[in-house]
Unconditional design. Structure first.
Length: 279
């Protein structure tokens, strides 16, 4: 295992700017963002089919977040034991059928369970693919994290952009089927190229405690408020266009595909390499 990991790292350093391992983790980010983007245009139909009020829909969206909060620490623990490659592959496979599960859910309770696991698998895969991106960065000795997040945004752009068209022409089930096939394609292409990293089950774990200086709290508050508009646009824009403006389903997804724009993150790795990540 050690020899395999070292040889993969040496190969990554020799092979240049865009290695196989970087392509793999970029595709994983693309897939994860794509699944989130595909969910956005489904929300109006999801609410109408289950006859959810705005309050009830808000609670359902909260279930998505609770699933992420529950699964993310579990993913982190498994990464320490098994490495990020095993974990990101596993949660990628588990994530694939979730759009179909949300589409076929017959009632509120099964939909809530599906949404819990959808959010959980999205969050868990997010943790694992970020850990794998860190390993790829270390193997390449090059900053790639921002470009990986650009691929996540690109996946969201792709998923939300095609969602309205597919729903209006092929229906919600056809949309879920096509989206699932595309997600499988992304995962299959990335699968053999994912970088293997060394598990660290025996690593010393510092005792968990709240930070006693203001800077971590300030950064957390900034991050929280940065995510509020993104969540609002993603979860509510399609519903707003459908109910308040009476737009067709093919237009409902147009509010979210350009937010957040992937191209704003593409230049960050190059800038970071030139002037550093702090300045």
């Amino acid at each position: 295992m050690d020899n395999m990991t070292r040889s993969e790292g040496l190969e990554a350093r020799r092979s240049g700017f865009f290695t196989k391992s970087r392509a793999a983790v970029s595709l994983l980010f693309l897939m994860n963002g794509f699944m989130v983007g595909c969910w956005a245009p489904k929300i109006p139909e999801f609410a109408e089919r289950l006859q959810l009020s705005k309050f009830e829909l808000g609670l359902m969206i909260l279930v998505f977040g609770v699933g992420s909060l529950v699964m993310m620490p579990l993913a982190g623990a498994q990464i320490a034991v098994r490495g990020s490659r095993v974990v990101v592959r596993a949660f990628g496979v588990l994530l694939v059928p979730m759009l179909l599960a949300l589409t076929l859910a017959p009632n509120v309770w099964t939909a809530a369970v599906a949404l819990f696991f959808f959010g959980g698998f999205i969050g868990a895969m997010d943790v694992a693919m970020n850990a794998n991106a860190v390993s790829v960065e270390q193997s390449m000795r090059r900053a790639i994290m921002s470009s990986c997040h650009a691929f996540w945004s690109l996946g969201g752009l792709l998923g939300s952009a095609i969602g309205g068209f597919l729903i209006s022409h092929w229906g919600v089930l056809g949309h879920a089927e096509v989206s699932t096939v595309l997600a499988i394609f992304f995962l299959v292409v990335a699968w053999p190229m994912v970088l293997g990293d060394q598990p660290h089950p025996d690593e010393a774990k510092p005792k968990a405690r709240l930070p006693m200086i203001p800077l971590p709290w300030l950064l957390g508050i900034v991050a929280l408020f940065c995510m509020v508009p993104e969540g609002a646009v993603l979860d509510w824009s399609a519903l707003y266009l459908g109910r308040k403006r009476e737009h067709r389903s093919s237009c409902r997804a147009s509010a979210s595909p350009l937010f957040p724009p992937p191209w704003r993150r593409c230049a960050s790795p190059a800038i970071s390499c030139v002037i550093g990540s702090v300045r």
